[in-house]
Design a protein around this ligand. Structure first.
Ligand code: BG6
Length: 488
């Protein structure tokens, strides 16, 4: 039992991404993004996660020519574009202090290469931010959340080409200038590490556009460009307004050794080092020596310009944010049973239960992650995604979701323990406060919200919103700044 509250200004809230909620994929001048060609792929029973990540130039071009929304659920989202006032009102009713949301790059720069922004796109976000300001909800804005212009992907193989850095910085500067009076917290790249797991979604990289055998090199090159872009944006945000705070955003993939055999521990150590690499660059401002040597050993040479290392060192982030859904184990035994996680296939941990999608539920792992990250980087932390995808059933017009409540309750208590032990955790945004289209599978039936959206995987439904049982529960957590978690 804890005897103190969460910190007084703790930022409680929720997180969404433009491509998973907005819809309106082809109106008011919006261009096509990589999310608009992502197809619906259920995989509840499909343990081979890699199958739905396969994407070729031909499938992309075919999708780009297809005007229908049917198999491309991210094109319709949950119609946040037209219903944002209603959704923000519901978030405000839960007492949100913050909402993490992203800006669709293609709403402002349809091909990514225009020199001036599409005014209708700027107006849409201004209206959203104005409404948030009225509701006293601070935005945390992700500039890139799996929605880069498709044009840049097809023309340049995405972030592999350095020219994309300029395009992104131009887009980011417009956002920082136009939304200056509303936004103080910025995140550059959502789950920047995910470039290795789904290069197309994250960085517009199409495997077959790389030279044969050069795919890995291209991924590291693109990642380097994102690091550089992130430093340039951080520099600009700080120059523009001293109140601006810029964060990096990682997928925290906590890995435990399946046994205490040194071989399992060694493999696990490697996984965890790799997972920290991205924050090492963005927080400490340099590539870790072990990673540089590893790249050298693999014959991977990243092309860097003269000032790149200086830029990385000088313009580091102000805080570190991360998503945390699950943990996994690692084993030297190739026969060890595996289970899916957040775009990973990890070894199954016999001590943990799993969600309907096989992701292993591990609240203690969140505390361990917080302690580890804070000890390592010593800057403020934010948990900007955490939640469980579940199949919700509507019974007599209501949704009872005690499993969701139990998931959050256990995670919040671990967060509190980490805070009590000295971790500077400044905020928490659940993924996602409202049902939305899944990033990985484009399903609607993988539901995360405290708010139910009446839409199915094929887009049928009224899209009406209703409060699940967990809505009142989260509201009370926020109202009491976490004290309700400890009520008898
Ligand atoms: C995170 C992404 O990796 O996981 C989100 O940043 C995503 O965009 C979330 O929605 C959950 O994954 P999924 O595949 O269940 O939507």
């Amino acid at each position: 039992m804890s005897n103190t509250s969460f910190p007084p200004n703790f930022l409680w809230g929720g997180a969404i991404a433009a491509n998973q909620v907005e819809g309106a994929w082809n109106i008011d001048g919006k261009g096509m993004s990589v999310a608009d060609v992502a197809t619906y792929k259920p995989h509840v029973d499909n343990k081979d996660y890699s199958s739905h990540l396969a994407i070729t130039k031909e499938t992309i071009e075919r999708a780009a020519k297809d005007p229908s929304e049917k198999w491309y659920p991210k094109r319709r989202g949950i119609d946040f574009y037209h219903r944002y006032k209603e959704d923000l009102a519901l978030f405000a009713e839960m007492g949100f202090k913050t909402l993490r949301l992203s800006i669709a790059w293609t709403r402002l720069f349809p091909t990514g290469e225009e020199l001036l922004p599409n005014e209708k796109g700027v107006t849409f976000y201004k209206n959203v931010f104005k409404e948030m300001q009225r509701l006293k909800m601070k935005p945390i804005v992700t500039l890139s959340h799996y929605e880069m212009p498709l044009n840049l992907s097809l023309k340049y193989n995405g972030w592999v080409d350095r020219r994309v850095v300029d395009d992104f910085v131009r887009f980011s500067k417009v956002c920082i200038d136009e939304f200056d009076e509303y936004v103080e917290y910025w995140l550059t790249f959502n789950e920047i590490d995910s470039i290795h797991r789904h290069p197309f979604t994250t960085a517009g990289i199409i495997d077959e556009l790389s030279a044969p055998g050069g795919e890995e090199k291209d991924i590291y090159q693109a990642l380097h460009h994102q690091f550089i872009a992130s430093s340039l944006v951080t520099k600009y945000a700080h120059e523009k307004n001293k109140n601006n705070k810029v964060g990096c955003m990682l997928t925290k993939l906590m890995t435990y050794p399946l046994t205490c055999s040194p071989a399992d521990v060694e493999l696990t150590q490697r996984k965890n080092l790799e997972n920290n690499f991205y924050a090492d660059v963005q927080v400490r401002g340099e590539y870790p020596g072990l990673i540089e040597r590893d790249l050298q050993n693999r014959g991977i040479v990243i092309n860097m310009e003269k000032n790149d290392r200086k830029l990385l060192k000088k313009y580091t982030v102000d805080f570190l944010s991360f998503s945390y859904y699950m943990s996994m184990a690692e084993s030297a035994d190739p026969k060890a049973e595996r289970t899916p996680g957040n775009t990973v296939l990890g070894v199954k941990n016999p001590y943990l239960p799993s969600t309907d999608w096989g992701w292993q539920i591990d609240p203690k792992g969140l505390k361990i992650s917080l302690i580890e990250l804070y000890d390592r980087y010593q800057i403020p932390l934010m948990v900007v995604e955490n939640g469980m995808g579940a199949v919700d059933k509507v019974e007599n017009g209501k949704i009872y979701d005690p499993y969701r409540q139990a998931y959050f309750e256990a995670h919040f208590k671990e967060m509190k323990e980490a805070i009590d032990e000295g971790v500077d955790l400044i905020g928490y945004t659940s993924w996602a406060p409202i049902d939305l289209v899944s990033a990985g599978t484009s399903q609607m039936s993988k539901r995360y919200g405290f708010i139910y959206v009446d839409a199915d995987d094929e887009g049928n439904g009224t899209y009406n919103r209703s409060r699940k049982e967990s809505f009142e529960w989260y509201k009370r957590v926020i109202e009491t700044n976490g004290d309700s978690l400890y009520e008898a």
